[in-house]
Design a protein. Structure first.
Length: 434
């Protein structure tokens, strides 16, 4: 991995100077205002951190180092015979800031293969967990059990110079990305396939090996995993999983502890767990309406009834986006190519036609359009992964690419411990009522 690390070092020396000079020249500039409502609404929209890897625009969607998702799908290297970009390429782009070539991506694939050995004690930890424990809980615990191999923790104890924090973090990040597909696949096979585990194979890309260990060999499913890993990899720094990892990492917690914290955030139904909730909601609606493909009118009645009962429609809306999520569109294009007549895909399409106008008519929803979770589960179901409680673990494996790239850059630029201020309602009332 000397080549990738060397390229990162070259970027780092330039970036440190750029950031130092920029803060020196403009550090006292006011970049925004905060209103009282934002304090009571989850800090919604407050610009409060730097994330080098990607930026989410409300009207345009995600950009990875300046590239939109459709552009990413066109320009990143692909495996031979594949229609989807390799996730190794988007990791390179987020880390280095420029597009990789096929040699760069192949090198990352080989490096991840070399680092992918999981210590036996990690499997022992998983084996001692209840099988009915949610897969995300098992995943988070397993990540923490990898921590005793942390390069950063060992180096920090020996008196590591703060300018070199990024180096040990770089090693941990690559180790973590390499190992967690096997951990995730082990959890999957243990829970759902009677502990019939599948050993990794050599000489293939990261996603193909993951699909293999899960028990899938269909070329379309492998391409789906490549797509899934790419589009879920990063979503700037303010989402719960990325922000939780950043917050914990800012205390100089190592990559494993930081990433596990992010996965605990991803496990919430308002974040990554939404993908399983979408599938559950679709199947319940289908059954409630008599099975098959319900009419648009029946879907409309079901949605309006759900809203009247105070329920949310999972898979619609987003904290930042004000348009259809480009990640939804990427998955829809995959479905149109490979499963255009699938009943659940047609159901998702009809829901897409019906729900936005209903949500918009309430006057309470700023973004009535579907997000990434509205589509991902249906594709996985089609190819035989029916255990939708596991879907968020796939999301977590993917998100390791962005979160680790973010953590490396945070350490490289010497980002300080995150410590925002807080106040009380009584003090605010006193302040504004005088």
């Amino acid at each position: 991995m000397s080549s990738l690390k060397k390229k990162f070092e070259e970027q780092l020396s330039q970036s440190r100077i750029k950031v130092k000079n920029f803060v020196s020249d403009y550090g006292d500039k006011v970049i925004g205002e905060i209103n009282l409502r934002q304090l009571y609404s989850g800090m919604r929209g407050m610009l409060s951190m730097i994330t080098e890897t990607s930026k989410l625009d409300p009207n345009e969607g995600i950009r990875f180092r300046g590239y939109t998702l459709p552009e990413i799908q066109d320009v990143l290297p692909r495996a031979e015979g594949s229609n989807q970009p390799l996730p190794e390429g988007i990791f390179y782009l987020m880390l280095i800031g420029s597009l990789p070539d096929e040699k760069d991506v192949k090198q990352i694939s080989l490096e991840l293969e070399k680092r992918s050995n999981v210590p036996n004690h990690v499997f022992d930890v998983i084996n001692n967990l209840p099988k009915d424990m949610h897969p995300m809980t098992q995943f988070s615990i397993a990540i923490l059990s990898l921590q005793n191999g942390s390069n950063f923790s060992v180096s920090y104890k020996s008196g590591l110079n703060k300018l070199d924090y990024w180096d040990a973090t770089f090693e941990d990040a690559l180790d973590l990305i390499a190992r967690i597909p096997r951990v995730a696949a082990y959890i999957y096979r243990r829970i759902y396939h009677n502990e019939k585990y599948i050993e990794p194979i050599k000489g293939v890309d990261w996603s193909k090996n993951f699909a293999h260990m899960l028990g899938f060999s269909d070329s379309e499913f492998i391409d789906l995993i490549r797509l899934y890993m790419t589009i879920h990899s990063d979503h700037e720094g303010g989402n719960v999983s990325a922000h939780a990892s950043h917050l914990v990492g800012s205390a100089l917690s190592d990559a494993y502890i930081s990433f596990s914290a992010g996965m605990n955030g991803l496990a919430g139904p308002l974040h990554g767990l939404a993908n399983q909730e979408v599938v559950r909601w679709l199947l319940e609606m289908q059954e409630s309406l008599g099975g098959g493909l319900p009419s648009r009118d029946n879907i409309s009645e079901y949605v309006q009834k759900s809203l009247s009962e105070g329920k949310v429609i999972p898979g619609f809306g987003h904290a930042v986006l004000r348009k259809t999520d480009p990640r939804y569109t990427a998955q829809r294009e995959f479905a149109l190519k490979y499963l255009p007549d699938d009943e659940l895909f047609l159901l998702v399409s009809r829901v897409y036609e019906v729900v936005p106008s209903i949500l918009e008519s309430t006057g309470k929803v700023k973004n009535p359009w579907p997000n990434v979770d509205a589509h991902s589960g249906v594709l996985l179901l089609k190819y035989g992964m029916t255990e939708y409680d596991f879907f968020t673990v796939l999301f977590g494996v993917s998100r390791s690419l962005g979160i680790m790239a973010q953590l490396i850059w945070s350490r490289a630029l010497g980002m300080p411990i995150e410590r925002p201020g807080s106040t009380t309602t009584d003090l605010m009332i006193k302040k504004f009522s005088n």
